[in-house]
Ligand binder design. Structure first.
Ligand code: PAZ
Length: 328
């Protein structure tokens, strides 16, 4: 898959475009207006002191045709995002959950694994109805009780494509911007780095008669820059960096911090991400968070540790902002 880089001699469709140009040339999702109204109302209901977090979760698709039959996808199931959303809710945050349609969701994620179907958890109750099998009842009741308890503090907004995600991310962060330091942006979604602009895409299903298919994809503009600088400059911003080569992880995480000027990069490797991550901040050694295989088997999610530590740092950030305002 060839990435295009900007050089004056390149054809127009191969240049790296800036983020604003991206929005001018791609179609907004059908749920954009709904999301705008729902997020504005949700934020308005939170009062002035409850911390808010935007959690992004799951992978973006990249369509190959405008009337999409085929698309490029990635591995992300939304485990990290959905588990993190649960932890933020338990810590008293209002959670905006921007997630890939049909990926894992808070509290129901244990029942959405691909190897099982809903009927595996149920049995006929002998009176013409159904009930939960005894071995699942306690856990399901716990999840259901938490879901009911936290529902008023949770708003879920779905995306599918890269373009849906970017439009919704911009819309939501612009609404959150006035809440300032009280809001954390926790960007755990796996967002494609390459895409085919709408105007360069085949309109209809690509035909196989012409033989092998060669794809040329453009580089997605770096949206973290306008997000940090312009869309929500006072919010506490946490981005995620995934690599498969351990040698690249630390330098790329540090590079992202320098380049975008945000607060934390959570760095992880594909094969160890469920038990090991590093929190990378400017001017400090990376902070390793790790859980044992035993903890993992006992159902301890590393997201408990990630969210607890980030919430602590977010409180410090919010208090520092409040102190600065008081002495100004
Ligand atoms: O969704 P999941 O739990 O399977 O994976 C989480 C993750 C690896 C997508 C996330 O931790 C992450 O690193 N997101 C950013 C990926 C990137 O570098 O774009």
């Amino acid at each position: 898959m060839g990435a295009a880089v900007e050089t004056p001699s390149m054809p127009e469709e191969c240049r790296v475009i800036d983020p604003d140009t991206y929005f001018d040339h791609n179609r907004p999702p059908a749920n954009l207006q709904w999301a705008h109204d729902a997020v504005a109302a949700f934020v308005g209901r939170q009062g002035s002191s409850r911390p808010i977090v935007l959690v992004t979760s799951g992978g973006t698709t990249v369509p190959l045709e405008n009337n999409t039959v085929r698309f490029v996808d990635n591995f992300s199931a939304g485990t990290r995002g959905s588990a993190s959303a649960e932890q933020f809710l338990e810590l008293g945050y209002a959670v905006l959950f921007l997630y890939r349609e049909q990926s894992l969701q808070p509290f129901s994620r244990q029942y959405s694994q691909r190897s099982e179907c809903i009927f595996d958890y149920l049995r006929p109750d002998g009176h013409g109805g159904v009930s939960v099998k005894a071995e699942y009842t306690a856990k399901m009741l716990d999840g259901l009780t938490k879901y009911e308890k936290y529902k008023p503090q949770l708003l879920q907004v779905a995306f599918t494509t890269l373009s849906d995600y970017l439009f919704l991310l911009r819309e939501i962060t612009l609404i959150l911007a006035p809440t300032g330091a009280r809001t954390m942006l926790y960007l755990a979604a796996a967002v494609s780095d390459f895409f085919i602009p709408s105007h360069s895409m085949a309109e209809h299903k690509i035909q196989s008669g012409a033989g092998a298919l060669t794809l040329r994809m453009n580089q997605v503009p770096k949206f973290l820059r306008p997000l940090v600088k312009n869309w929500a400059p006072s919010c506490f911003v946490v981005s995620f960096k995934l690599e498969t080569d351990p040698e690249l992880l630390a330098p790329k995480a540090k590079h992202a911090l320098e380049k975008y000027g945000h607060h934390v990069v959570v760095a992880n490797l594909l094969n160890t991400r469920k038990w090991q991550v590093w929190l990378v901040t400017r001017g400090q050694d990376p902070c390793l968070l790790q859980i044992s295989q035993e903890q993992l088997l006992q159902g301890h999610d590393i997201e408990q540790d990630i969210v607890a530590e980030l919430a602590r740092r977010h409180r410090e950030y919010t208090s520092a902002g409040a102190l600065a305002n008081a002495s100004a």
